[in-house]
Write a protein that binds this ligand. Structure first.
Ligand SMILES: [Zn+2]
Ligand SMILES: [Zn+2]
Length: 125
């Protein structure tokens, strides 16, 4: 393992000759020392950038955004609606969900949820 650069504040200095290393260019994995050609991985700079970022909110907000999107996908499950009379309020539309029972000969259970009053009931096949 080659020696890593010395970190002083947000600056990196070459471990061999002490020269200030320049910022990595976009897409380049290494920063090369101008004086001795020491190669410093650009990831050393990434660690520094995160801890000294003037807007620390930038990173956590990206995480929040991701969580929000996942929740949206989870809630995006929409049950099909069927024409079924609600025994509680007489409304003629209900959400339909079929649940398979543990063993095959028990058949399946249809779960209905009234669109109007949210009353739930089930019918065994
Ligand atoms: Zn150097
Ligand atoms: Zn109802």
């Amino acid at each position: 393992m080659p020696a890593l650069a010395h970190k002083i504040g947000s600056l990196l200095f070459c471990p061999n000759c002490g020269t200030l290393l320049s910022l990595p260019k976009d897409g380049e994995p290494m920063v090369t020392c101008e004086r001795c050609n020491h190669e410093e991985p650009a990831t050393s700079y990434e660690n520094i950038e995160i801890t000294t970022r003037s807007h620390p909110e930038a990173f956590p907000s990206a995480l929040r955004q991701k969580r929000k999107t996942q929740t949206k996908i989870h809630q995006g499950k929409v049950l099909p609606k069927v024409s079924e009379k609600c025994p509680a309020c007489g409304h003629l539309e209900a959400f339909y969900e079929e649940k398979q029972m543990r063993s095959a000969d028990e058949g399946s259970t249809i779960l209905y949820t009234c669109v109007s009053c949210k009353h739930g009931w089930r019918i065994n096949n």
